[in-house]
Design a protein around this ligand. Structure first.
Ligand SMILES: [Zn+2]
Ligand SMILES: [Zn+2]
Length: 127
């Protein structure tokens, strides 16, 4: 396999083996397990291509410089850890958003971000 192809494949494997959304730096770190010496420029190129292919989506957080990437999937939301900035997927979606919509307005879309401290940062203990 060509070097570039192998590196792109390593980046895909990084996403398949990792459920939470990743920053480019995290993608690079994770992909290192599958192929050596992946440069950050290669990571950015591959991420861009995989987004174009519809395999990945880019997530931007309000007030954050860095973007996150995750596998394209059904509508869902995220929990952001304030300490390690790791994103986790949130199951479920608030049911009563239409009731919150001001009178006379038509709800078309929504985003939801939960902020807090993740299980790892809390000491790995699930409650
Ligand atoms: Zn954390
Ligand atoms: Zn939702």
């Amino acid at each position: 396999m060509q070097r570039n192809t192998r590196q792109r494949e390593a980046i895909r494997l990084a996403f398949l083996g990792n459920a939470h959304p990743m920053t480019p730096a995290e993608v690079r770190e994770t992909a290192e397990a599958y192929a050596d010496g992946i440069g950050i420029a290669t990571v950015y190129r591959a991420l861009k291509q995989l987004c174009r292919d519809g395999w990945l989506v880019r997530l931007e957080l309000p007030g954050e410089q860095v973007s996150y990437y995750e596998r394209a999937q059904q509508h869902h939301h995220h929990f952001v850890c304030r300490l390690c900035q790791r994103l986790s997927k949130v199951e479920g979606c608030p049911p009563n958003l239409r009731e919150l919509t001001p009178d006379g307005c038509m709800l078309e879309d929504h985003q939801l971000l939960l902020y807090g401290v993740c299980a790892t940062c809390r000491g790995g203990q699930a409650p």
